[in-house]
Design a protein around this ligand. Sequence first.
Ligand code: NAD
Length: 295
Amino acid sequence: MNVTTTYQLLDGKRAAKAVRERIAEEVAAMKREGGRAPHLAAVLVGDDGASRTYVASKVKACEEVGFRSTLITRPAATTEVELLDLVRALNHDPELDGFIVQLPLPSHIDEEHVTLAIDPRKDVDGFHPDNIGRMVLGLPGFLPATPAGIVELLRHYSIETAGKHCVVIGRSHIVGTPMSILMSRNSYPGNCTVTLTHSRTKYLAAITRQADILIPAIGKAEFVTGDMVKDGAVVVDVGIHRIPDASKKSGFRLVGDVKFDEVAPKCSWISPVPGGVGPMTITSLLLNTLKAAKG
Ligand code: NAD
């Protein structure tokens, strides 16, 4: 069996640092020229621990590149009407370039209603149908943060994509579906032949074994095992899960959708969890906010 034993890491922390340094330089120049810093607001409803951690990282990243950031917290009992009122107020705030409403929302709030209420010009998460439509047509707009971050990660490491078979696992609106669209675009990274797989796909392993580039976004811890991956594949692991681990001070460790120890030795490149896609997602948010600020 021809097994690749020396894989290279698609190090999201390193790639994110490089992009964020460029953003910070641009922000410093904007301020020197008398402009104001880009301003991002994050809305957090309820007290979900993981969401709180994600939002805190986003706010910290804003500060590091010189953005202004505002964290707006609301209790879990907030009604949909109250949240929609807040969204409308943020839409009309002239001091604010972009904002995100952290998902998931409490079950009594319809996420679609909230997404649709966000002004597409401030939709720096890229979830509004206007921005999704623009992405499909290749028009300027805000790309969804996670798929756009993966594209940046592949670009940073000059991963060859043209003519490759890219298999995406998962068809969510925020990751799998837009990822499949970006990888099939006539651009770099792109020009792949894409297979989008999902929970109803038959013979999944037979398909993933054909992937030159495999992008699992399933939401199931360590789902992708060594036997599902072709030798020399590029694997970008989108999943992120907390697994109980008594040996850690926090009581948990983070793993992805990929069983890293089994899969990595077969890969030419693989992204780790943590430190892979996560930092790139936040970087995309910063890039989108910078774009929003420039108008
Ligand atoms: P989701 O639950 O909305 O979608 C999961 C998809 O996986 C579905 O489309 C489903 O059809 C597919 N699926 C489920 N079981 C399957 C199976 N057995 N075989 C094939 N496909 C199957 O999840 P999501 O929002 O797309 O997120 C996916 C993962 O990525 C989660 O772990 C999430 O936490 C993580 N995530 C990470 C980041 C980041 O920045 N690192 C950002 C977004 C999401």
